[in-house]
Design a protein around this ligand. Structure first.
Ligand code: PLP
Length: 429
């Protein structure tokens, strides 16, 4: 697109746009992007930034990938969209088949929606409607973990960490759920029974009111970039079974290889009753999410009072998005992606290690293709964001966290530049 005057574009952006988690009046510098290729974002002023964020976990194959471009183009000339009520189409069926093959066998059915937050809303509605159908309408509460993040819509927001999610702002409108402490057991450590003591107590006292427990398996993303031990999930599954409570895994951030397994639940070999997918599902090309559930949940809901699951987004199973998701997933599976993630992990580990020596750093941790520098104090975004851009990298910290989850196609030299820039900027900040 031609835009004659970039200063004007930035001024207009300031005037008419509201950016995510941002003020409309006190706007920090915003950088116009005109194109993205491979692992680079191209700014309007000609600078190229090495992308460390994969556009918030999504662009696992980088930008402008020929196979994904082809998938969009081919689908576009068949149809870009049709309603999904009473109609179906090959991209939806093929993608649903693929997802049920790749996820645990108990997950038999796929409900498509248009964003991660909505996939979480769908999961909540499934859990509540399931127990209603089972003649247990009292089970309407959820249990979530502190430091969790599940999205920004009301239902999803009510499951985010109560403090960082600012529950108090929304007063009585926000449903009240139960919260258990975030797991403290490290990824490669053991999970002592004590870790689940509070969860056990909550479930034993309140199970009559509880429909489901929802967690991000192994990696808590936007709520703190924390990793915890897979055995927690094994014990949680047993607890849920003991108390007649469904288990929901939110793999919207962790799905499609990011943690070194195709899905993070594979670290624990635990099957949830409901699974949410999104973000990297289309390789970052289009907005699409999916909620998978077991045959038991699907049958339970369908044979209940309503006789149907009460949800139906307008853009459900958008064919362009489904076609791209098939292409992205097939592209991932066609390569030795586990080896790639292992390489990225050792390079992140090596590249970020010097940050451990810095006074201002509390911890450096990596898992799969995720690298995190946790500082002792929150960063000053207005200062630090331009410092990254000056170093030619795109890193978007939040709070005390300076972290990277690069596109899987990033080469060793580029990743070394990225981690060096992260360490340098943290040292100066
Ligand atoms: C991003 C995210 C969501 C919300 O997805 P959106 O597409 O932003 O609505 C939900 N859960 C997790 C774990 C996420 O990382």
């Amino acid at each position: 697109m031609n835009w004659p005057d970039w200063d004007q574009l930035q001024k207009d952006d300031r005037r008419v746009i509201w950016h995510p988690y941002a003020s409309a009046t006190d706007v920090p510098e915003i950088f116009p992007v005109i194109a993205a290729h491979g692992v680079h974002l191209e700014l309007a002023d000609g600078r190229r930034l090495l992308d460390g964020m994969s556009s918030w976990w999504c662009a696992i194959h980088g930008y402008n990938n020929p196979a994904l471009n082809r998938a969009v183009r081919d689908q576009l000339f068949d149809m870009s969209h049709v309603m999904f009520g009473g109609l179906t189409h090959p991209p939806a069926v093929k993608l649903a088949r693929l997802l049920t093959e790749l996820t645990p066998p108990a997950l038999e059915r796929v409900f498509f929606s248009d964003s991660g937050s909505v996939a979480v809303e769908v999961a909540l509605k499934m859990a509540i409607q399931y127990w209603y159908s089972m003649g247990r309408p009292g089970k309407q509460k959820l249990v979530a973990l502190r430091n969790g993040y599940h999205g920004d819509t009301f239902g999803a927001m009510s499951l985010c960490d109560p403090e960082t999610g600012m529950h108090h702002l929304f007063g009585e409108v926000l449903p009240k759920h139960f919260f258990a402490p975030a797991p403290q057991c490290p990824f490669d450590g053991d999970c002592p029974e004590q870790e689940l003591a509070a969860m056990t107590e909550l479930l034993s006292v309140h199970h009559q009111e509880i429909a489901a427990v929802i967690v991000e398996p192994v990696v808590q993303g936007a709520g703190g970039m924390r990793f915890y031990c897979p055995d927690y999930l094994v014990q949680l599954r047993a607890l849920c079974d003991a108390f007649d409570v469904l288990l929901i895994f939110d793999e919207i951030a962790t799905g499609f290889g990011r943690t070194g397994k195709l899905f993070a639940l594979e670290h624990a070999e635990v099957e949830p009753d409901i699974l949410c997918l999104g973000k990297a599902l289309t390789g970052g090309y289009m907005t699409l999410a999916a909620t998978l559930c077991t045959g038991q949940v699907a049958t339970g809901i369908s044979e209940g009072e309503a006789g149907a699951f009460m949800h139906g987004p307008t853009f459900m199973a958008n064919p362009l998005a489904c076609a791209t998701a098939i292409a992205s997933t097939e592209l991932l599976l066609s390569q030795p992606w586990q080896r790639t993630i292992r390489r990225l992990n050792s390079e992140l580990e090596q590249g970020l290690a010097p940050a451990r020596e810095l006074e201002q750093v509390a911890e450096v941790r990596t898992l799969g293709a995720i690298g995190v520098i946790e500082l002792k104090e929150a960063v000053d975004m207005k200062r630090i964001q331009p410092m990254f851009v000056e170093r030619g990298v795109w890193i978007r910290p939040f709070g005390k966290l300076v972290y990277a989850m690069p596109p899987y196609i990033m080469g060793s030299d580029d990743l070394a530049s990225l981690t060096a820039a992260m360490v340098d900027v943290v040292a100066q900040a």
